[in-house]
Design a protein around this ligand. Sequence first.
Ligand code: ZN
Length: 249
Amino acid sequence: MRRRKLTHVVAAIALVLGGLGVATATVTATAPAAHADECYSWPRTLGPGASGSDVTQLQVRVAGWVPRGQVMGVDGSYGPQTQTAVANFQRAYGLGADGVAGPATFSKIYALQDPDCSPVHFTYAEASYNCGKGFTGTAAQKENMKRALWRAEALRHQLGDHPLKVTSGFRDPACNASVGGASNSVHLDGGALDLVPGDSATSICSIAEQARYTGFGGIFGPGYPAHDDHAHVDIRSSIAWDADACAGW
Ligand SMILES: [Zn+2]
């Protein structure tokens, strides 16, 4: 009863505002709850058909929620893949899974985001050991690192929120060569992470296996040469997976 009455009142206001034209803009502007986040705040609700840099920012953060075998196209265009990823993200965090990114979705992302835009359970520093030299790369390489870490955040959540450790991330050419990295390693571009369990609830194989569901193009683990002691994941746009010594592979 009460709701019905309220609906009528809202409808009446909308009619009045619609007639005035000017006031309608005010109503629209108040729609997404303003949330001052130190990294990035979305200015509007986003759904299918939307495009722009705010869509790109969203895609970076939900890239770990695409279906198995897909790599998110971070292109600023809110298509079916983004819609599915947003719905999967919403479902995973107990939100209404409508595939539209509004205030509740953005609030969840703010809660998962550090002021430096890295996801809350990972740091740029841990992905920047670089043979003891720290991060020496470009802004683009740091962006790649951010994109890999957001997928790792999804992976961590899908594995039951158990901690994961990054043993290697960005590597400059000298460091990459010294640790035996491939000459075209994605580590050189900042977009690769070597992960190991942070507790006994997770195994290297479970990390590699679940990574297939978190938007990683490259996954190498046990059974792939020199990868028995960690799971390598990276953000390459094609699929290259091998961890065939894992029972669940
Ligand atoms: Zn690696």
